[in-house]
Structures are given as structure tokens and as C-alpha cells.
Design a protein around this ligand. Structure first.
Ligand SMILES: Nc1nc2c([nH]c(=O)n2[C@H]2C[C@H](O)[C@@H](COP(=O)(O)OP(=O)(O)OP(=O)(O)O)O2)c(=O)[nH]1
Length: 134
């Protein structure tokens, strides 16, 4: 089947206690209120790593480097009339303090506690994979 494919990059930021940061999608956005991994769409010609470094700065006010982004796993799922490919990286090193600059809220959760959160459908299969990786 043919579909328009779009690529999204996202990060599982992991703190010293092994917790992961999730952010709540704001009112007025698609899937408002769901908890997601910070990230977003690639701009034309942008590498996935450069896009993720940019998104983390824009959404959370933190600085990181592509050398701190470890490719972890991916999701591939229909989203509306398009097809989403979500590349998930693990990031343990950044500078600055996380602030919800775009999100309605952010919180740090242990991987096992992600199951209880309302997340976009594409994210659900990522939870077990993250649990196994962390
Ligand atoms: N950042 C992020 N996006 C996700 C996740 N899971 C998931 O399905 N998505 C989807 C939601 C959006 O359609 C798209 C990310 O787009 P975006 O964050 O750059 O832009 P947006 O909210 O304005 O997107 P949209 O309203 O145009 O759909 O990927 C996730 O864990 N993190």
C-alpha cells in the first residue's frame, strides 16, 4: 500500500535514577493531552541527529550533541492518512535544566510506569523495548 511517510525523531532522556522524561502534548495540538517523548519532524535536508538536537533546545531549553544521542529503536505506524516512522534515541548527557517550553507539562517516570500513561499509539510498542534497553 502506498502512503506518505513522514519521519519524526524523539529522545528518551534518561536521568541518573534511570527515569525517562515524557512531556504532555499541549491543547490545540493533534493528540493533545497525550504523553510523548520530546522531539519532532525533520526539516528539509536536516539529519535526524541535528533535528533532535534542535528540538530538544526548542522544546526543553537543553543543549546536547549528536555524540550523546544513541539510536535505540523505532516505531512505524499509520497516523491519520499518513505513515509515521519515529526514530527513538537514548540521551543521557545534556546541559541545562529541562523546562516545558512547548509542552503542557513534563515528568520523569521509570520505564515500567510508562504503561500507565496515555501515549500516542505508535509509542506503545516502544515501552517494552526501552525497558529492555535501560
Ligand atoms: N515528538 C513526538 N511526536 C510523536 C510521538 N509519538 C507520535 O505519534 N508522535 C507524532 C505526533 C506528531 O504527529 C508528530 C510530531 O510532530 P511535531 O511534534 O513536530 O509537530 P506537531 O505536534 O505540530 O504535529 P502535528 O500537529 O502537525 O501532527 O509525531 C512522540 O513520542 N514524540
Amino acid at each position: 500500500m502506498n502512503a506518505t511517510i513522514f519521519t519524526v525523531v524523539a529522545a528518551a532522556l534518561v536521568d541518573r535514577d534511570g527515569r525517562i522524561l515524557v512531556q504532555k502534548r499541549p491543547e490545540g495540538s493533534s493528540m493533545a493531552g497525550l504523553w510523548e517523548f520530546p522531539g519532532g519532524k525533520l526539516e528539509p535536508g536536516e539529519t535526524p541527529e541535528a533535528a533532535l538536537v534542535r528540538e530538544l533546545k526548542e522544546e526543553l531549553g537543553i543543549e546536547t550533541d549528536k555524540s550523546c544521542l544513541a539510536p535505540a529503536t523505532f516505531a512505524s505506524d499509520a497516523l491519520g492518512n499518513k505513515h509515521l516512522v519515529l526514530l527513538l534515541y537514548i540521551c543521557r548527557k545534556w546541559q541545562g535544566t529541562v523546562e516545558p517550553l512547548h509542552a503542557a507539562a513534563v515528568k520523569w517516570v521509570y520505564p515500567r510506569d510508562l504503561y500507565a500513561l496515555e501515549m500516542p499509539p505508535a509509542d506503545r510498542p516502544l515501552i517494552g523495548l526501552l525497558e529492555a534497553l535501560l
